[in-house]
Design a protein around this ligand. Structure first.
Ligand SMILES: [Zn+2]
Length: 221
């Protein structure tokens, strides 16, 4: 009787073992275990710069949780620096905001991505939707032109959230050293139109994922 029990136990161990090896070797298993993550133990602060962005920031925090190895923190609150506003342009100069955001960081192990509903610009552009300073480890996203109502369409929170998530992951990709990608479906593709953005994915393409797996990349100065 004991002999049969031992035989059964050995069979169960064998079946479970083969199953585990199968999961690890299967393409799906590899993808799931190789998440889009670097920067172990680093902190990412998602910072709303106005009241209207708070709910969206909370949502974005939950959506990227588990996709990166960052500790996600959305408890920091800040405001747009007044000096970044340009009345002639009717928008905020992103470089000034990025500079200010760096002062909120306690160490180089922290990244900050701020979100505002105000319109952003840089000299030489009519507007920008997002911007980042990789060496400073800071980025900013404007939802102003991500809202369907900006284009005369009905308000649609799920579309806004989807676009904001793509922009957030795009900027995190930049902070981690990725450049723009030519693959239209990749989240690192620099979409020229809102329709382009809607058709692209919120995932990194295979090539970008491979680049993210390189632990240290010297920034281009
Ligand atoms: Zn890519």
């Amino acid at each position: 009787m004991d002999y049969i029990i031992w035989q059964l136990a050995a069979l169960v161990i064998l079946v479970v073992g083969i199953g585990l090896i199968g999961v690890l070797l299967s393409p799906k298993g590899r993808i799931e275990t190789r998440r889009e993550e670097t920067g172990m133990q680093k902190k990412l602060y998602l910072v709303p710069l106005d009241d209207i962005s708070r709910e969206l920031v909370d949502y974005l925090g939950t959506k990227i949780l588990g996709r990166f190895k960052f500790k996600i923190n959305s408890g920091m609150i800040a405001k747009l620096p007044e000096e970044s506003y340009n009345p002639e342009r009717g928008g905020f100069f992103s470089s000034i905001i990025l500079n200010k955001l760096q002062f909120l960081k306690a160490s180089d192990d922290e990244y900050i991505v701020a979100v505002t509903d105000e319109d952003l610009f840089t000299p030489g552009t009519d507007y920008i939707i997002s911007d980042s300073d990789r060496l400073g480890g800071v980025a900013i996203i404007s939802t102003h032109r991500l809202r369907p109502e900006f284009y005369g369409l009905p308000q649609d929170n799920s579309t806004l959230r989807s676009r904001a998530l793509k922009k957030l992951i795009y900027e995190i990709g930049h902070l981690l050293g990725l450049s723009n990608c030519e693959a239209k479906n990749c989240v690192m593709y620099s979409s020229k139109t809102i329709a382009d953005m809607d058709s692209q994915s919120d995932r990194f393409c295979r090539r970008c994922r491979l680049e993210l797996s390189i632990p240290i990349k010297v920034p281009k100065l």
